[in-house]
Design a protein around this ligand. Structure first.
Ligand code: SF4
Length: 323
């Protein structure tokens, strides 16, 4: 089995956008690959000001991952900083990465614009740490969306340069282009995101979920019940497409002919989403009641990851003349 690596910042409770955009794919990949899934807490330090919430966010994210079907028996699930070898490899990679490569990365420029008071080295070195994340575990495959391809290309360039100078050491990680649907938030405009507060958390109760859905912006042209609707531009309809496959065509037709009102349409969506998430919520409650198990999952994941990491670091040190 080829090895897959994917990392995600600890953003706490996951929302429907995270679920449809990444977690579902993580779960599927477990059947075909040896997966290494990492909660990248060190990366979070470049922008996170409130580090007091870090442990809470890690725990909540882990709960969602496990309840959604990530299986610690199949995959290595761990926290980045629990395997400190990654910082060692990051330092070694920083010696072969020209500064010019990093300064031209668009996300660095964007972050520097957003936080001009804190343009720290971590922001510049982010792609180097990312390359270390992937290669420390000799991952061959990285699931990415189209927009992340340039980042992975930079990791591949760093690997090529290292291999060129010190001899073949790392496989060049290949992109597994995955379809990450751009789930629009409740505002009907922006991508679903916590920072924009336009999201629906997976762990909400059925009542809270329904309440959130009732706030969703729909087809702006549909002001009254009698107005003909346009499901193609409606955010609520997009969610019907994901969670109400069997009725979506019927709803589209009824919307276009004003046979269904937006309130009823939202109530129906809430029912579907709550049905869909019922087993998830049941598993999450059970997991939440067992904090020792969560600790075990992360400790076991870190142990397994570290076994691979130590081998890699030994090999790298030898090649670089440090041993
Ligand atoms: S009826 Fe449903 S699909 Fe049509 S505009 Fe209203 S919420 Fe959207």
């Amino acid at each position: 089995m080829k090895r897959v690596f994917s990392g995600a910042r600890p953003t706490g409770r996951q929302h429907l956008g995270n679920y449809l955009g990444a977690i579902l794919n993580y779960v599927k990949l477990q059947e075909e690959y040896e997966c290494v899934y990492c909660i990248v807490d060190i990366h979070a330090l470049t922008t996170l000001t409130d580090t007091g919430k870090l442990q809470y966010n890690i725990r909540e994210m882990l709960l969602d991952w496990l309840a959604a079907g990530l299986d610690p028996k199949k995959s290595i699930i761990f926290v980045q900083s629990h395997v400190p070898e990654v910082t060692e490899l990051h330092t070694f990679f920083s010696m072969v990465t020209p500064l010019g490569w990093l300064l031209r990365v668009p996300t660095f420029k964007e972050k520097a614009r957003l936080q001009p008071e804190n343009v720290n080295y971590g922001l510049v070195g982010y792609p180097v740490l990312m390359a270390a994340d992937i290669t420390l575990y000799k991952a061959e495959v990285v699931p990415v969306g189209e927009d992340q391809l340039p980042h992975l290309e930079l990791s591949r360039e760093i690997v090529r340069r290292f291999n060129g100078i010190f001899g073949e050491t790392f496989p060049e990680p290949k992109a597994k282009l995955s379809y990450f649907p751009n789930v629009v938030g409740l505002d009907g405009k922006e991508k679903m995101s916590k920072s924009l507060d336009n999201h629906i958390e997976l762990a909400l109760t059925p009542e809270e979920t329904a309440k959130k859905i009732m706030t969703a912006v729909t087809d702006p042209a549909r002001q009254r019940r009698a107005d003909l609707g346009h499901p193609d531009v409606c955010n609520v309809y997009k969610l019907h497409e994901y969670f109400n496959e069997s009725q979506k065509d019927d709803i589209a037709e009824k919307c276009r002919t004003a046979q269904i009102g937006c309130v009823d349409c939202k109530i129906l969506l809430a029912v579907r989403i709550n049905d869909y998430l019922a087993p998830f919520r049941e598993r999450r409650i059970k997991l939440e009641a067992n904090p020792e198990y969560l600790k075990e999952v992360l400790a076991d994941g870190a142990l397994r990851a570290q076994m691979i990491a130590r081998e890699t670091i030994r090999e790298v040190k030898k090649k670089m003349g440090l041993l």
